[in-house]
Structures are given as structure tokens and as C-alpha cells.
Design a protein around this ligand. Structure first.
Ligand SMILES: [Zn+2]
Length: 82
């Protein structure tokens, strides 16, 4: 496997519904443009699917948390859940 710098800690998963925030895509529905890291999301940003607060999100490492294949590491939906 080849490490992809842009993937490292680039996504955070909601511990409630599994929704993934992908910093490369942002959250357009919430007015967050692509490229905004999770750490810089507004304090009142919430899970676009279930409304869980930021504190319920956990950083996920594509190498550690993902399946053996690096093609897709989101068990639910690739990229942002909407
Ligand atoms: Zn959620």
C-alpha cells in the first residue's frame, strides 16, 4: 500500500451514524467549502445526517480503520454522506 498524505486524518467519522466528513470535499450543504479540515469547522457544525455534534466525530485513519483495499475506506458511502 502506498501512503497518501492527503488521506491522513483527512476524514472524520460520526460515531453515531458512521457519516464521514471528508475535508477534501467539505460540507457544501452547511456552507463549508472543500479543503476545510475538520479542526476548522464551525463550532456549531453538526453531522449532516444525524445532527450529532462535532464531539461525536472521531478521526479515522484510512490505513488503520479501513479495509485491506485502499480503494474505498468508507463502509457506508464514499465521500460525504448527503
Ligand atoms: Zn451522524
Amino acid at each position: 500500500m502506498k501512503p497518501e498524505p492527503s488521506h491522513r486524518a483527512a476524514s472524520h467519522a460520526c460515531s453515531v451514524c458512521g457519516c464521514v466528513y471528508d475535508a477534501r470535499r467539505g460540507d457544501p450543504a452547511a456552507g463549508v467549502p472543500p479543503g476545510v479540515p475538520f479542526e476548522r469547522l464551525p463550532a456549531d457544525w453538526r453531522c449532516p445526517r444525524c445532527g450529532a455534534p462535532r464531539s461525536r466525530f472521531q478521526a479515522r485513519d484510512s490505513v488503520e480503520a479501513g479495509p485491506p483495499t485502499d480503494t474505498t475506506f468508507d463502509p457506508l458511502i464514499p465521500g460525504v454522506c448527503q
